[in-house]
Structures are given as C-alpha cells and as structure tokens.
Design a protein around this ligand. Structure first.
Ligand code: AVI
Length: 324
C-alpha cells in the first residue's frame, strides 16, 4: 500500500520502524528487489516531494490545481447543501481549500490522514479561514475501514475527495480495494471525486519523472539515506542511480534504483548481494484513461458522474456516485 505525500512528517514511532524494517528486509530479499513507495515520505522525502511539484516538468499538481480552480463551481454542484466532505489522505488540504470556497454550507469537512499530528495541524490552520465550517480531522489509514465522526454520519449524504493521483500509486487491485472501502465508509447515495493522471505521450511522462534538476532522483535516493539512518544500512548513495521510465504495457511510470556495480549491502546486519545493473523497484505510478478508471470504479459499484480535464488532457478530475 501507499502512503500519501506529506509536507511534514514527525519522527518515526517504534512500531513504524519495525514495519519499515520488515518491509525493507523482505523487499531486498525478494526477486526482483522492491521497497514500498510509502517509505519515501520521511521528513526529507516529504520536502523533496513538495519540490517535485514545483519543477517545470512535473505537471500533475499544477494541472490538477488549475482544473479545480477552473471548474470548482461545476464540481461543487455535485455537493448538496448539508453534505459532509471527506478528504482521503488530506495532506496539506491545499486542494480542498479550492473546493471549500465553492461549495454550499456543509455539515462538516473531514480530512483523513494516517499522520495524526499533521491532520490536526492542518485542521487548526484551516479553521480561521473557514469559520462557519466544522473541521473534524480523523487519523486513519484510508485503505482500511475507519469510522467517521457522528456529524458526518448524521449528514444526509457524504462526498469523498481523493485528489493528487495518489490512486495511481496503488496497484490496480489496491485501487479497487480503496474504492470498495470508500463506498463502505461513505455509504449509498455518496459521491466520490478523484484526481487522476491521464495516459499520454511517453516523452512527457518520462520528463516528469526525470526532471533536469534531479529533484526526483534525490527523492528516490533519499530512500537509501533513510534506510542507512533508521535501519543501520550501509548503502553508498553514489553507487545507485535513479531510473524512471514509462512502461507502456502496464500504463505506469516505474521508478527504480539501479546498482552501478556488483556489491554487497548490509541492512540491520543482513547482507544483500547486488549484480551490476540490478535494481530496487521503488514506485509505480499508474496512469489511467477516463474509461479505464471508470471501468475500475464501475466494477466495485461506483457510477461515473462527471469528468473535468485541462486543455491538454494531461490530468482529470472524475466524479462517481454510489446508488441508494
Ligand atoms: C504522490 N504521487 C502521486 C506522485 C506520483 O506522481 O506518482 C509521487 C511521485 N513520484 C515521483 N514523482 C512524484
């Protein structure tokens, strides 16, 4: 599973470190070697992700914000007065702010994030700007069932919001599981608004994940720094290279760290052999068409209800409803 991109991440707890250790040892012992993308987002990784969103080649964040600004009034029409707006993996709530300025009075805005400290802090920052709005943060892993606050359950209808194309960092079966879980949480009658990056020319996609300033490469390699620091690793960073490319068969960007030579690396006392050129697969970022996301959503009971894109058709915001 994937965690979300945060602008700030507190120090890891013992349980987080144990899970990190187990996943890294299992992933480095596997064939091919792999590490879940959620481990990118330590403090430095989160800051590097913020910098990625600002590099010229990485269009998704800017494009999604543009679509939201251009179509907020239209998107807001799907949100009935008195609804509860539930944001999955809210992070900085930057995108929700655009929607919140366009929506009718709500029963509540419920930002949900795995990082409790962060979701509370963002809620505190949002309240003065939306004094009429009940902001009810929830700390939860959005991939599993969680309870909404009573005010959100009492609302006549709930609207989910999942921007950022984070759904693209799930494997397709995980994306389906997320949509199924969202349906269980939001209940029949709900609407779900999802931001998703669209399939496009490989050249544009490859550039977005290979920015000239090397910020994405730093973001990728920071995973090794994190392993060295938290798991007594001895990765030599200059012996691993950032590889990112569009896999056309699977409609996904793959990110890898490729070993430049044959070498041995130790992590918490365990030794791992690398062949020259062998990679650690660190991330998949799936790209969808309007139709392919629609088919995935339909498969788990969500009916397509609206699509907004930018002029270049790079990114989409898609709405789905769950019948009563
Ligand atoms: C957070 N997520 C949607 C980003 C993406 O594009 O898949 C993460 C990222 N990885 C490299 N650049 C950005």
């Amino acid at each position: 599973m994937v965690a979300l991109a945060h602008s700030q991440t507190p120090q890891p707890q013992a349980a987080d470190t144990a899970a990190f250790e187990a996943d890294v040892l299992a992933g480095l012992g596997g064939t091919p070697k792999h590490i879940p993308a959620k481990y990118f987002y330590d403090g430095t990784g989160s800051q590097l992700f913020e910098r990625i969103t600002e590099v010229p080649e990485y269009y998704p964040t800017r494009t999604e914000m543009r679509i939201l600004r251009d179509h907020a009034a239209d998107i807001a029409k799907l949100i009935a007065p008195g609804s509860a707006l539930v944001e999955f993996g809210s992070g900085s709530s930057k995108k929700a702010r655009i929607l919140l300025r366009a929506v009718p009075p709500l029963a509540a805005y419920v930002p949900v994030d795995i990082c409790g400290e962060m979701v509370e802090q963002e809620a505190a920052e949002l309240r003065p700007d939306f004094p009429q709005l009940k902001v009810l943060p929830v700390t939860a892993d959005i991939c599993f069932p969680f309870e909404l606050p009573a005010e959100a359950m009492a609302a006549p209808v709930r609207v989910g919001f999942f921007p950022g194309s984070t759904i693209g960092n799930f494997e397709p079966h995980e994306a389906a599981a997320f949509l199924r879980n969202a349906a269980k949480i939001l209940l029949p009658g709900a609407t779900l608004i999802v931001g998703v990056d669209l399939i496009k020319d490989a050249e544009i996609l490859n550039a977005a994940y290979n920015d000239k300033d090397g910020v994405t490469a730093k973001f990728n390699r920071n995973l090794l720094t994190r392993i060295n620091r938290e798991l007594r690793g001895n990765f030599k960073l200059d012996t691993f290279e950032h590889h990112a490319f569009f896999n056309r068969e699977r409609n996904r960007i793959e990110m890898h760290l490729a070993s430049l030579k044959r070498q041995k690396v130790k992590v918490v006392g365990e030794c791992f052999d690398f062949r020259a050129g062998e990679t650690i697969h660190t991330e998949n970022s799936y790209k969808y068409s309007v139709e392919s996301l629609g088919a995935l959503a339909r498969g788990v009971g969500w009916e397509p209800a609206g699509v907004w894109t930018d002029k270049r058709q790079y990114f989409s915001i898609q709405a789905f409803t769950l019948s009563d």
